[in-house]
Design a protein around this ligand. Structure first.
Ligand SMILES: CC(C)(COP(=O)(O)OP(=O)(O)OC[C@H]1O[C@@H](n2cnc3c(N)ncnc32)[C@H](O)[C@@H]1OP(=O)(O)O)[C@@H](O)C(=O)NCCC(=O)NCCS
Length: 158
């Protein structure tokens, strides 16, 4: 079985609360990472239709500060799948609800999620069908990184 990228694309929005901020009103990075992890988990579960765990987070980049009262919009979409793992790109946009300006890019990161079967072990997931040019390019880029990582892991075991 194979599923498209759009099949599992997930958008999670949340207003930033005072309990998530430091004394200057800036939201802690860890609070946003938690929401990103939830969005990545939801997209991966939609794709695999089973429980998943987070195995790895890569290339987390904080580009814009987020403040109390801002709305964040987290979009999670699969970029590549291996046998039991799924890589999810999460992009976060931030919107100041009191200003006319459109949302701006605040954070991005890649989350590797692993599907877990009833025996508690990794289980195979459906293949991924990239449809758009962007999805196809990303799929190839991330496939190369996945294969390099596999090779590095097997050479450290030898
Ligand atoms: C992720 C986990 C299930 C992998 O178990 P494992 O016994 O190493 O299983 P495998 O070696 O068969 O690997 C399973 C898949 O995970 C991938 N994987 C495992 N560790 C990884 C890592 N550090 N980075 C990227 N991918 C990883 C493997 O490449 C493999 O993918 P593939 O089947 O698509 O090729 C296990 O390490 C684990 O439970 N980790 C803790 C997860 C957790 O608690 N997360 C936080 C809460 S959700």
């Amino acid at each position: 079985m194979q599923r498209t990228v759009s099949y599992s694309r997930t958008i999670l929005s949340q207003i930033m609360q005072i309990s998530m901020a430091n004394s200057a009103g800036n939201i802690h990075g860890g609070e946003i990472m938690k929401i990103m992890d939830s969005a990545a988990g939801a997209a991966a579960k939609r794709h695999a239709r089973c429980p998943v765990v987070t195995a790895r987070v890569d290339e987390l980049e904080f580009m814009t500060p987020v403040h109390v009262g801002d709305l964040i919009i987290c979009t999670a979409e699969l970029t590549f799948v291996g046998r039991t793992s799924m890589e999810v790109l999460v992009t976060v946009e931030v919107e100041n609800l009191q200003e006319e300006a459109p949302p701006t890019a605040a954070l991005t990161g890649y989350f590797t999620m692993v599907a877990i079967g009833p025996d508690g072990r990794p289980k195979p997931v459906p293949g991924l069908i990239p449809e758009t040019e962007v999805e196809k390019r990303r799929y190839e880029e991330r496939r190369k990184i996945y294969l390099q990582r596999k090779q590095a892991a097997s050479s450290t075991k030898e």
